[in-house]
Design a binder for this molecule. Structure first.
Ligand SMILES: CC(C)(COP(=O)(O)OP(=O)(O)OC[C@H]1O[C@@H](n2cnc3c(N)ncnc32)[C@H](O)[C@@H]1OP(=O)(O)O)[C@@H](O)C(=O)NCCC(=O)NCCS
Length: 236
């Protein structure tokens, strides 16, 4: 896992125009930080269970098909929102963060969401549409599904919407749907997504080497997974 994070970090440095000699200097600065940290500040693996607990979820699923956590809600995705999602996906960086990609046209995307092996939700922040989160490859026999998420407007990134929506989605998967396992695919360069998932207890399950072609370059794809009992224990 750390090797992958380091590889993503290396790619980012090169993208920022840092040359190879300076990458070594960055590695030295990283070590300086380790040396400066007193042992009391070294933390065990961090989880979001200091921020959220299962009891914090306002569960109105039975009556109103809505789950809420600290001003972020999820509800079944309405087909009327497809044009907005198509707009979000027009942004190449957003479109290419998904593996495999979502369909491009409104018609194809509307059909895509209706497939019986998928279940998508809208994400709202204080009643305002902020993104989508959903299940793909729902496998009833083995009670597993794949998670995908998008906070649509890049200006809303980094405000905690993604992690609250993920928590609500995991609540839906493990408490309401009673799934056994949730898994996901992430590009090796998507450090934000890998960080977020790790703090919910997702662990690396495998790496698909040079699996996806992104902007003319082959990228590795990471598969991570979280078992229901692990999440229930971490967040109860
Ligand atoms: C991935 C995504 C859903 C995260 O949503 P978000 O609302 O921006 O995320 P949050 O604000 O809840 O932050 C979650 C974590 O991301 C990480 N993060 C936030 N900003 C970051 C940054 N600039 N660089 C690296 N990691 C960052 C942090 O670990 C953060 O947790 P912390 O605040 O506890 O440290 C969103 O960035 C997105 O939609 N990206 C494009 C689509 C995508 O990549 N989807 C995932 C493919 S399945």
């Amino acid at each position: 896992m750390l090797k992958l994070v380091a590889k993503g970090f290396y790619n980012e440095l090169i993208n920022y125009g840092v040359n190879e000699a300076d990458v070594l200097a960055v590695a030295g600065h990283l070590l300086d930080n380790v040396m400066q940290k007193s042992s009391s500040t070294n933390k065990e693996t961090e989880y979001y269970n200091r921020l959220f607990a299962i009891k914090d979820v306002k569960d109105e699923w039975a009556a109103a098909k809505r789950l809420t956590l600290q001003e972020v809600s999820i509800a079944p995705l309405s087909p009327s929102l497809v044009p907005q999602i198509v707009n979000w996906l027009r942004e190449p960086a957003t479109r290419e963060s998904f593996y495999p990609r979502f369909p491009d046209s409104k018609e194809d995307l509307a059909n895509y969401f209706q497939a019986p092996t998928r279940e998508y939700f809208s994400i709202f922040q204080q009643q305002k549409l902020a993104g989508i989160i959903g299940a793909e490859n729902i496998h009833l026999e083995s009670a597993r599904l794949e998670m995908r998420k998008l906070v649509g407007d890049p200006e809303l990134h980094g405000k905690g919407i993604g992690k609250r929506a993920t928590f609500l989605f995991l609540y839906h998967s493990f408490v309401i749907r009673k799934s056994r396992k949730v898994f996901l695919h992430s590009l090796d360069i998507n450090i934000r997504n890998i960080n977020l998932n790790g703090k919910f207890g997702f662990e690396l399950e495998g790496v698909f080497l040079e699996e996806a072609m992104i902007q003319g370059k082959w990228r590795d794809v990471v598969r991570m997974a979280l078992a229901g009992p692990v999440w229930l224990e971490l967040f109860s």
